[in-house]
Every structure is written in C-alpha cells, then in structure tokens.
Ligand binder design. Structure first.
Ligand code: PLP
Length: 384
C-alpha cells in the first residue's frame, strides 16, 4: 500500500512538471515584466536605496493585502526584527511563539534581546494554538498593576505573541486575537509564508499590531531577497524611519535621531517584486490546482494531505502530507529524493536547537508529532 502510494506520487510529480530531471521543492518563476522593470532600474541608475519601484511595490502590497501601510525591507527577518521592536519588545522580554517554525522567527526575537516561549500548534492549522496559549498563560502569567502581562515566576514581561502561518495556512487568528486582547499582548504575525492567504476573507498579516512578509527566493513571490512590514499608518512611519538609518529628512545634512538599521530594500529588488506581484493571482490559481491534485492523489491512502483550515483561503505555498509514523516518513523521503523528486521533512523544533534549548515552553505534543511525520512536496509554479 505504502509502496504503491509513493510510486504514484513520484509518477504524478514527474508528469505534472513534465520532466525526468531533478524537481526542486520550490523554484522561482519569472513569466511577466521582470526583465523590463529590472532593466529600467539599470537604465535609470536608480538600483539602490531610493527609486520609484520601492514606492510602487509598497503601495501595490498595501492595496493587495488591505493593510493600511507597507514598508519594504531587505529581507523577511529584518521585517520581523523591526516589527517586534515596533510592538514594544525589548531587552529581557518574553515573546510567545510556536516551536514548529523556521529559525528566523526566533532569531528576530533574540535580536531584540528577548526570549521565545514555545507554545504548541493546532493540528489542523499547524499554527500557534490559542487554547494552548491560554492554558500556559493561566498557569504562568498575570496582569500587573499597569495592565502589562507578566510571567509570574520571573517578573519578565510577555511583550508580544508571534504566530506563524505555516506553509501559507492561516493560524486560528480569531482565537489568537481574543487571547491576546484578554492578556494585553500585542500580536505580531510572521506572515512570511502566507502572501495570498486569507482568514475569513481578510488577508493574513492584517490582524495584529504589525506583520512581516518575506520575498526570499523560495517564497510564493520573490525579489531575490526582500521583505515587507504591514501595519497601520503611524507604525509604518516609525518602521520607515527605523529601517532607513533613522535619518531625519533634510536636503543635505546627516541628522540621525536614534540607532536605526540599514534594512532598506534596493530599488532593483523592488522592480522584481512589482513584476512578481502582478502575477500573484495566476500563481495562486496554479498552486490551488496543484493542491487539488495532491489532495486527490492521497485520498484513501495512509497519508493525510495538509489542507486549508475551515474558513480560510490558503496560498498553498508549500504542499505537505502527514505520514502515519516516522518510519514511513523516512521511507517517503528516501524514495522520492532517490528518484529526482525533492521532498523535505519539516524544520527541527526550535526548542531543540542549541541556542533555544533553555527557553520556557508549554506542552508540545502536537508539534512533536507533526515534526516526526510531515513531508513537504514540490510546489513550484511551472516555468513559462
Ligand atoms: C522565509 C521566512 C522568514 C524570513 O525569511 P527571509 O529569508 O529573511 O526573508 C521568516 N519566517 C518564516 C516562517 C519564513 O518562512
């Protein structure tokens, strides 16, 4: 049974991409105006830190997501770092997040001098579980005199909650917003993987104080490297200031009023982004069709296709299946990779990495079960 399913998967992926050559997990595709727009930046000499494509990319992204404002950054990790700072995270604070995530989520917390608290994920979203977060808070936190949420044992402030929309599937945002409001914790969404994903009709990354997107080469659209901060207008002004060396506008003087960052997105990268964003609706349609085929392929097998949660519209950035156990996962990984079809297990849990091993955590049973059984499948849009 298992052997048959794996063979059918390999045959399906090869037929879908029409090749016997190596099939990567996720490769960028440039089928629109990328060459023209990038060439324009070179012709104009505005390839670097100022230029029209940066403004256009920010405006187009705000329009697409429905966010009040968008600020482009050099990568998604930088967007997360500044996003956390804008939410008020500083030295010695705690930030609630999930153990099942990419390392950048936790690194951004660390850059603020804060530490992650690892809470379990929900099985059907793969995102931070509001129920698990509420339980942990009831056991370990209280609101102090000023209304701030404090870890009782250490007195450390729980300064933010940062869920991640795993593989583009929205986390339970209604539940998370409710828990965050009850405990006065700012919500910062790691929406790096979820451009094009909607929760009850609203774009992911517009539910909290601030959110981060990524346009790394493996994401649904790419700028080579790049990211975006989504927020309200006032927060966006602060974001722009902090990400551009905190320079005050002046015709010629260098006036910097705080320690800022050089986190700007170069105009040449933004040109790529504008062209890619124009194609996002097509990419989303193709990815949804591929997800439909994967769902059909695994129906009635021992493999469980990871589907979009109820009430959500996922971007299906990276398709995934849950295997019945670790042994069958390993078998699937070996058989596909040996046959030129790239597949990967999910990240190691953050709480098991050497630099985050000491961090506080709740129960992580679902995270552990998923980490042992999940396999990501080739999900690229087809080249031109
Ligand atoms: C890609 C990604 C990021 C940020 O990535 P950059 O490579 O810095 O753009 C952050 N968090 C998650 C979950 C990601 O997948």
């Amino acid at each position: 049974m298992s052997e048959v399913s794996v063979n059918r998967l390999v045959e399906f992926v090869k037929a879908h991409y029409g090749t016997n050559e190596f099939i990567p997990l996720h490769a960028p595709v440039f089928r629109g105006s990328e060459q023209t727009y990038v060439a324009n930046t070179i012709a104009s000499t505005f390839v670097s830190s100022v230029g029209e494509y940066v403004n256009r990319f920010e405006q187009d992204m705000a329009t697409y997501t429905g966010a009040e404002a968008a600020v482009a950054t050099v990568n998604g990790t930088a967007a997360l770092h500044v996003g956390l700072r804008l939410a008020g995270v500083s030295q010695g604070d705690l930030v609630i997040t999930q153990a099942l995530t990419f390392v950048a989520t936790c690194n951004a917390i660390h850059y603020c001098g804060a530490e992650p608290v690892f809470i379990d994920v929900d099985e059907f979203t793969l995102g931070l579980s509001p129920g698990a977060m509420e339980s942990w808070l009831q056991e370990h936190a209280s609101l102090d005199g000023s209304g701030a949420c404090i870890e009782r044992e250490t007195g450390r402030k729980i300064a933010a909650c940062m869920p991640m929309h795993t593989f583009g599937h929205p986390a339970d945002l209604a539940g998370l917003v409710e828990v965050c409001e009850r405990w006065s914790i700012p919500l910062v969404e790691d929406a790096a993987e979820s451009l094009g994903s909607f929760y009850q009709g609203r774009h992911t990354g517009t539910f909290g104080t601030v959110a981060a997107l990524s346009f790394n080469g493996n994401k649904i659209i790419t700028t080579g490297g790049g990211g975006m901060i989504l927020s309200g207008a006032e927060t966006a002004r602060r974001a722009k200031h902090l990400t551009t060396t905190a320079k005050k506008p002046h015709p010629y003087e260098y006036v910097h009023d705080e320690v800022g960052y050089n986190y700007r997105l170069p105009n040449i990268n933004a040109a790529l982004g504008v062209a890619q964003l124009e194609q996002l609706p097509d990419f989303l349609a193709e990815k949804r069709a591929l997800a439909d085929d994967y769902r059909q392929l695994f129906r009635g097998t021992e493999f469980q296709f990871v589907d979009e949660p109820d009430g959500c519209r996922s971007n299906f950035w990276l398709n995934a299946v849950l295997c019945p156990d670790e042994a069958s996962r390993n078998h699937l990984l070996e058989m596909t990779n040996a046959n030129n079809v790239m597949t990967r297990p999910v990240w190691q849990l953050m709480c098991d990495l050497p630099m985050y091993q000491h961090c506080t955590r709740g129960e992580l049973n679902t995270s552990r079960s998923i980490a042992q059984r999940l396999v990501n499948l080739p999900s690229s849009v087809k080249p031109a």
